[in-house]
Write a protein that binds this ligand. Structure first.
Ligand code: FAD
Length: 317
């Protein structure tokens, strides 16, 4: 990447998903340790819509809480849950010590087999998280005799972040760009204090969205979500899952490059350049989708000079 000036130092954060086997869990533990060394502001862990990964998500979040100094952020989805089930879910995570959430609607099953439940949007889940937190406090708080009220209030656990998703290129359900801004504004009004975007490949997709969101009244930070995919097969899979079409200037070089090292370098160059562009234009941080591997995301932040702590060991070991 050609750059005359080093990018402004910005916070980074990472996303993981719960492992699907014991072997994957061991590898993930090692990756979490490496990612934690980069001193991210938080690590978020995805949640299967309908609660399919609830216990495994909580295990990963607890690992982060107990073994690193990094703030764990729990993704939660509300589709298919009754109000009472959603309430219990939030309580369970708070009881485990998780105080930061990414509140999502999730996707209903495409065959229409399941009831969509009581909560129909991420905005409703944001409200519920705040409500559960407020309701829970008087019951968990055990004021010591003579303890001043102010210190009791300070001692109360509070969600540090209630984040929500944003879609710079439009959500598949969206009727148009303005609806995307309205949806994000509704989530902010419900109490969200951070937005994290769907992955994108062009800086202008993110920057134009932020401009429209600001014009529409959105004031919360909007973190750009970047996934440094290192293979053409991965890019095609991402396009299937998210509708985000891969750009030819990334897809074709990855397609024709014969070596893993060469593909890793192409991806590092492309995504570090994308990240540098959004940082230079004022992005408040970088949220990197790891796909449960540390190498590609750490290569990007190293290329940008954003790692807080120098690596102590080889990343590709
Ligand atoms: P919502 O914000 O409730 O709505 C989705 C869309 O509907 C909006 O973007 C908008 O187009 C429209 N809409 C909703 N409300 C309004 C309104 N008031 N006004 C106008 N339009 C409206 N899925 C999982 O199952 N598990 C995960 O862990 C997970 N993590 C994710 C993390 C990120 C960063 C992102 C971007 C997505 C993630 N998803 C996850 C996918 C997400 O659940 C789906 O994209 C889902 O279809 C939408 O969820 P949402 O929270 O954006 O929904």
């Amino acid at each position: 990447m050609e750059s005359d000036t080093a990018p402004r130092r910005v916070p980074v954060s990472f996303e993981l998903y719960p492992p699907r086997s014991d072997a994957a869990a061991i590898a993930l533990g090692r990756s979490i340790d490496r990612l934690a060394d980069a001193d991210p502001s938080f690590i978020s862990v995805t949640f299967g819509a309908g609660g399919s990964t609830r216990d495994r998500s909580l295990t990963v979040l607890s690992y982060i809480l107990e073994n690193t100094r990094v703030e764990p952020m729990a993704h939660l989805t509300c589709i298919g849950s009754s109000a009472e089930e959603a309430n219990q879910l939030v309580r369970r995570f708070l009881d485990a010590g998780i105080t930061s959430f990414l509140a999502l609607r999730g996707d209903p099953p495409t065959d229409g087999s399941a009831d969509v439940g009581d909560l129909r949007s991420a905005a409703e889940l944001v409200q519920l998280i705040h409500r559960v937190q407020q309701e829970r406090e008087p019951f968990t708080e055990q004021p010591m005799p003579g303890q001043p009220r102010a210190s009791r209030l300070r001692a109360r656990p509070r969600p540090e972040r209630v984040a929500v998703a944003a879609f710079p290129s439009g959500h598949p359900d969206s009727r148009g760009p303005q609806q995307e801004v309205d949806a994000l504004l509704a989530k902010q009004v419900a109490g969200a204090n951070l937005a994290i975007t769907q992955l994108f490949y062009r800086a202008d997709d993110y920057l134009d969205f932020v401009e429209r969101a600001r014009a529409g009244g959105v004031t919360i930070d909007i973190l750009p979500g970047i996934m440094p995919a290192t293979s053409a097969a991965r890019l095609r899979r991402i396009a299937e899952l998210t509708g985000e079409k891969s750009p030819d200037d990334l897809l074709i070089p990855l397609e024709i490059e014969p070596t893993d090292e060469g593909r890793a370098e192409i991806a590092t160059e492309f995504f570090a350049s994308l990240a540098a562009d959004v940082i230079a234009a004022g992005a408040p941080g970088l949220h990197l989708y790891t796909l449960n591997k540390h190498e590609a995301v750490l290569a990007v932040i190293d290329r940008l000079g954003l790692r807080a702590i120098p690596a102590t060991s080889q990343e590709n070991a």
